[in-house]
Design a protein around this ligand. Structure first.
Ligand code: ADP
Ligand code: MG
Length: 449
């Protein structure tokens, strides 16, 4: 027993309270604004263990149950005591997905309830966390044939609002993080105008994509339909795509400044603002209205291309940036005749689901950073550290019913999600783990610090 180290993990797995334990129910209707004063949405931390690349590789991770995982250091690990005794570490999570868990199961359990919340007018925030090559991007994006969380969220959202989708441009941004309603006639004029002169804000959907493609490949979409839509409402979907790199915020959907001689210039940094309802947002960030998952993928790919170009211009490395894909759902009731969306700003409800593929959580020396890279790695670790601190304090507050200040101002990443740390909206994190023995030290260091 002595050489087994039982951890109440600092942040990845505090004890599960009763109200957190309930299995997510897809169609449970909890009306808007039904939250009691002082009631906060729970933070839930899940673990996903990816398969080994080579089944003969040594493995340092063993799920013991659906909530407890054991990490066993390989002999050459720093964690092996001088006398050669091997310590075993155990961590508790909300739920542990082993290497056999499908993309669909992870989505159904972790993300689908957040789509349901989105439709019910509530906010959600989902992170994938882990060292490079632990499966963060696989879990978030996946492949066309085996889609990850992000494309499935879009599929399920559009499956569900089909039939109650507002015509394009009926909902219009007020440029201050809010929306207004314009008449069907004005929306039609705008549609005609923008169809003739398409710009960045109106991604053209090539016909091939309408058949359900994901880039160049055919994709298998998620068939789930949620029944939480309100048939008296009309719905519109807007997406934005941002990146936080070196503690600076960039808009991945903004045209990059181009110089015919020197090529693309580094992108401009963006600032965070608070709107009239005290919600954080990225000022002057491009937000695109989309009417299908395929249109959203167009936007996503455009952003990913930009990201590559911008990283070259900035001499940056992808694994060191956080990428954030925001889905905003705007809904408002129809007028009493059931013909047009009611032009009453007080009746508009906006909810948001932010999907965050975090930077690799490895230590700096591993990637042999030098000079600027060190600074950049420092910032990344700092922002991940800030995120961890915030989540830890938020959980502590929930557990003890305390009101300790969550230090969200410590980084742009946490500042952007201030509202969640104030307890508005569910926060979920999938900690991705590569079970390869060699990765033990990097994995454990991120669990323990
Ligand atoms: P990260 O984004 O954390 O750096 P990736 O998501 O790119 O890591 O995963 C690294 C590699 O492992 C990719 O080739 C990916 O396809 C594969 N992979 C990750 N998780 C899984 C999984 N659960 N099942 C199958 N392959 C996976
Ligand atoms: Mg990745």
């Amino acid at each position: 027993m002595e050489n087994i180290c039982y951890f109440r993990p600092k942040w990845v797995g505090s004890p599960v309270t009763n109200n957190e334990k309930t299995t997510p129910k897809v169609n449970e209707r909890r009306g808007k604004n039904s939250k009691k004063k002082g009631e906060v949405d729970p933070v839930e931390v899940y673990c996903r263990v990816r398969p080994l690349d080579n089944p003969n590789d040594s493995c340092c991770v063993k799920p013991l149950s659906t909530t407890v995982v054991q990490l066993i250091p390989p002999e050459n690990s720093l964690a092996v005591a001088r006398n050669g005794q091997i310590k075993e570490y155990q961590f508790t999570f909300q739920y542990i997905f082993d290497e056999y868990t499908s993309q669909k199961a992870v989505f159904d359990y972790v993300a689908c309830p957040l789509v349901d919340d989105l439709i019910k007018g509530k906010n959600g925030l989902l992170f994938t966390y882990g060292i490079t090559s632990s499966g963060k991007t696989y879990t978030m994006t996946g492949t066309p044939k085996d889609q990850g969380i992000l494309p499935r969220c879009l599929d399920v959202l559009f499956n569900s609002i089909s039939g109650v989708q507002a015509k394009k441009y009926v909902f219009k941004s007020d440029k201050m993080n809010g929306f207004e309603v314009q008449s069907e006639a004005d929306a039609m004029i705008e549609r005609q105008k923008r169809d003739i002169m398409p710009g960045i804000t109106t991604p053209k959907t090539p016909t091939a994509n309408r058949r359900g493609n994901f880039g160049d490949q055919e994709r298998i979409s998620d068939p789930t339909i949620l029944t939480s839509v309100d048939d008296d409402n009309q719905y519109a979907v807007f997406v934005s795509y941002i990146e936080i790199y070196n503690n600076y915020v960039y808009d991945l959907l903004e045209e990059l400044p181009y110089d015919p001689i020197t090529g693309y210039k580094p992108p401009q940094t963006k600032i965070l603002r608070t709107d009239s309802s005290d919600c954080m947002y990225v000022m002057n960030c491009v937000e695109v209205e989309i009417t299908s998952p395929e249109e959203a993928f167009e936007v996503l790919f455009k952003g990913q291309k930009r990201r590559k170009v911008a990283h070259t211009a900035l001499n940056a490395e992808s694994s060191r940036s956080h990428s954030i894909f925001n889905i905003r759902l705007v809904q408002a009731p129809l007028d009493p005749r059931g013909e047009e969306v009611l032009q009453d700003p007080d009746k508009i409800c906006v909810s948001q689901l932010s999907l965050v593929d975090l930077a690799g959580s490895e230590r700096t020396h591993r990637t042999k950073n030098a000079g600027d890279r060190l600074k950049e790695a420092g910032n990344i670790n700092q922002s991940l550290m800030a995120l961890r601190n915030c989540i830890e304090i938020l959980r502590e507050n929930q557990k003890n019913n305390s009101n300790k200040m969550v230090p969200y101002r410590d980084s742009k990443l946490t500042h952007l999600f201030k509202n969640y740390f104030d307890g508005e909206g569910k926060v979920r994190m999938v900690v991705c783990v590569n079970p390869k023995g060699e990765e033990f030290d990097e994995t454990i260091v991120r669990f323990l610090i």
